[in-house]
Design a protein around this ligand. Structure first.
Ligand code: NAP
Length: 285
């Protein structure tokens, strides 16, 4: 039986609708959320993201301010700009667009963003709160994965999950959020792939999350019958965007599956907007 598609656009739309109402109420109290975005260079992917972030923000009443720097900008100039944004009371949230040129220490810059303005929820302080199961500004993609799983209505307690990928911004925080829901979670990474045991892990996953960035890494026939499949990967193959899971076969085995595009992506953006609103509230306190 074919899986039910988890409609990321619909879930994101519902989150944004609630946010728009909340923003209206906040503005009546003199609180105006704004997101400051930092872009370096001319990466085509970043341009697309920035355009879509601007549109999404403005649609629900968040002011979006983009500052573009040339490819050869210095680390110091970017640090000074982040310090300026941290101090500026009109700025609720800050996002540093990736990728950055190789002479820039992106991690260092991200660490400088005030944890109260960290719209992506990836600063050490905000990541730390994930460990304590109390994310304040949570890591957007991991929070999006949890929203998508929640939308299935499946009870999570005691389920077996497999997280493929252990990156700092997706795999690790998602694992912690799953543990918080009493999901027994295995984490696979490059060494699992090299050892050749990835199929074994995937086969036992009642909830499978894949965040690697390799098209069709997870074969559809590995997917457990009735599994929930959340595909975070974004890959361009022959001009088309695809995920990390072999979708056509996987959807015949899973009970729920996210499409790529239209799954995790829109909900991640909705989480960015949610964090910006939360950041505005934190600063108004
Ligand atoms: P990343 O930092 O490159 O992490 C990829 C992870 O996959 C690493 O932990 C890596 O392990 C692991 N890996 C590599 N090859 C593997 C294999 N053969 N078997 C098992 N694990 C393997 O990437 P990321 O930032 O987490 O992003 C992952 C994907 O999600 C990318 O396609 C990205 O574009 C996409 N993404 C989508 C959204 C969205 O909103 N839809 C948001 C964020 C990211 P090692 O580190 O040990 O090599």
């Amino acid at each position: 039986m074919a899986a039910t598609l988890i409609d990321g656009n619909k879930i994101a739309g519902e989150i944004k609708e609630k946010l728009a109402e909340e923003i209206k109420r906040l503005k009546e109290k003199g609180v105006s959320p704004s997101l400051s975005s930092i872009q370096v260079g001319e990466d085509p992917g970043t341009k697309v993201y920035v355009r879509s972030q601007k549109k999404s923000c403005e649609k629900i009443g968040i002011e979006y301010n983009l500052r573009q720097f040339k490819e050869d900008v210095s680390q110091k100039e970017l640090e000074d700009f982040i310090n300026h944004l941290n101090e500026d009371k009109r700025v609720s949230g800050i996002i540093l667009q990736m990728p950055l040129p190789s002479h820039i220490d992106g991690r260092g810059l991200q660490r400088m963003i005030s944890s109260q303005k960290d719209a992506e929820g990836i600063s050490p302080a905000n990541m730390g709160m994930v460990v304590y199961a109390r994310p304040i500004l949570g890591p957007c993609t991991a929070m999006a994965v949890m929203e998508l799983i929640k939308s299935t209505g499946v009870k999570l307690y005691g389920k077996e999950a497999v997280m493929v990928g252990h990156s700092d911004i997706v795999g690790k925080p998602t694992t912690l959020l799953l543990l918080d829901k009493f999901v027994t979670t295995s984490v696979c990474h490059i060494a699992t792939g090299e050892r050749g045991t990835l199929p074994e892990y995937v086969r036992k996953a009642e909830i499978l999350i894949v965040a690697v960035g390799k098209a069709n890494l997870v074969k559809g026939e590995w997917v457990k019958e009735g599994a929930i499949v959340i595909d975070v990967g974004i890959n361009r193959v022959e001009g088309k965007i695809v995920g990390d899971v072999e979708f056509e076969v996987a959807k015949e085995r899973a009970s729920f599956i996210t499409p790529v595009p239209g799954g995790v992506g829109p909900v991640t953006t909705a989480m960015l907007l949610k964090n910006t609103v939360e950041a505005a509230k934190l600063q108004a306190k």
